[in-house]
Design a protein around this ligand. Structure first.
Ligand code: PBG
Length: 325
């Protein structure tokens, strides 16, 4: 007898009833870019609909997101002054630290996650300190610890190291614990690939490396076993949450990671993924809304528990309509 899977696709109501993948606004994280100064809200040319905010105006952006039901945010800081070791990264009065304080005093219930990395702060644009032309792992870790601690002191709810140095999760955990921040979780960018999908972000954050590339610390996209190894190391070191980044070209890595570990798994749909959809839609080649819905759902279907996305507000609206989730 003929099998008829089409029975369960006949009406919209039945299709929604048998959906296998469910997700909600609570699982979305919206990134923000914070610059120094006052009164700044200026559109980022490579990221349509996203802005550089100074700390005094960031609550406008947060407020709009809250209205859509987005409650979790990932903050990147962009300093005025860069140097060899990125010393403004741990400035207690830096753009990011000030933004964290403002957000938490205005909206105490939001989740503020801070990106911990040196690349926006170093004059050479690498994610750590350089010794003899090479990113010096152990020296970089010391800088990352000071940076993470300054975020915790400012009031960050979660710190998220994105540098891919070895041993940094354990070091940051120790640094936080020593100062009494035992309850600040670490969301580790545990499997972060060296990727061309970061292009629009580097323009937005002014963080492109001035020489070489990031291949000696970020992962080679040929590898998946290594991603599992990297995440397992970070978990041993004390990570509370792990991550796969980018998302779309790495759905297999998301699934494999989900199958291996029970911790909350975040996926980061990065700037290039967003910019490609925007550009293709602008050229009239695809329908932006449909592509957003389809790609977002695919990341959750692959096994992500949490999604960092520049489309967070628009996805929230699609969820409200019941088109996805
Ligand atoms: C910092 C960092 C990067 C991204 C997040 N954190 C850039 C990079 O590694 O070059 C990329 C995010 C995006 O493209 O949206 N190391």
């Amino acid at each position: 007898m003929i099998k008829r899977p089409r029975r369960l696709r006949k009406t919209d109501a039945i299709r929604k009833f048998v959906r296998e993948t469910h997700f909600s606004k609570k699982s979305l994280i919206l990134p923000f870019f914070i610059v120094e100064g006052n009164g700044v809200k200026s559109e980022i040319s490579t990221l349509d609909g996203h802005f550089h905010y100074s700390p005094d105006r960031i609550c406008e952006g947060i407020g709009e997101a809250l209205e859509c039901g987005i409650n979790s945010f990932l903050l990147f800081g962009i300093p005025n002054e860069k140097d060899e070791i990125g010393s403004s990264a741990w400035n207690s009065n830096g753009a990011l630290q000030n933004a964290v304080r403002t957000i938490k005093s205005t909206f105490p219930d939001v989740v503020v996650i801070t990106d911990v990395c040196m690349c926006e702060y170093t004059s050479h644009g690498h994610c750590g300190a350089i010794s003899d032309g090479y990113v010096d792992n152990d020296k970089s870790i010391e800088l990352l610890c000071k940076t993470a601690l300054s975020h915790a002191v400012a009031g960050a709810d979660i710190v998220a190291p994105s540098d891919m140095m070895d041993g940094r999760v354990a070091a940051i955990r120790n640094a936080l614990d020593r100062e009494g921040y035992i309850d600040i979780p670490i969301m580790s960018y545990s499997a972060k690939y060296s990727s061309a999908f970061y292009g629009p972000f580097r323009e937005a954050a002014g963080s492109a490396p001035s020489f070489g590339d990031r291949k000696s610390y970020q992962m080679d996209y040929h590898n998946i076993n290594e991603a599992i190894y990297e995440s397992s190391l970070d978990i041993e070191e004390g990570a509370d949450m792990i991550m796969v980044k980018p998302a779309l070209s790495y759905l297999d890595v998301i699934r494999e990671t989900k199958n291996n570990f029970g911790l909350p798994l975040a996926a980061y749909s990065v700037s290039g993924e967003y910019a490609m959809i925007k550009a293709a839609a602008k050229a009239g080649l695809v329908d932006e809304y449909s592509i957003m819905c389809e790609t977002t759902t695919s990341i959750f279907r692959a096994g992500a528990d949490i999604l960092i996305t520049y489309y967070a507000k628009e996805i929230a609206k699609a969820l409200d309509r019941g088109d996805i989730g």
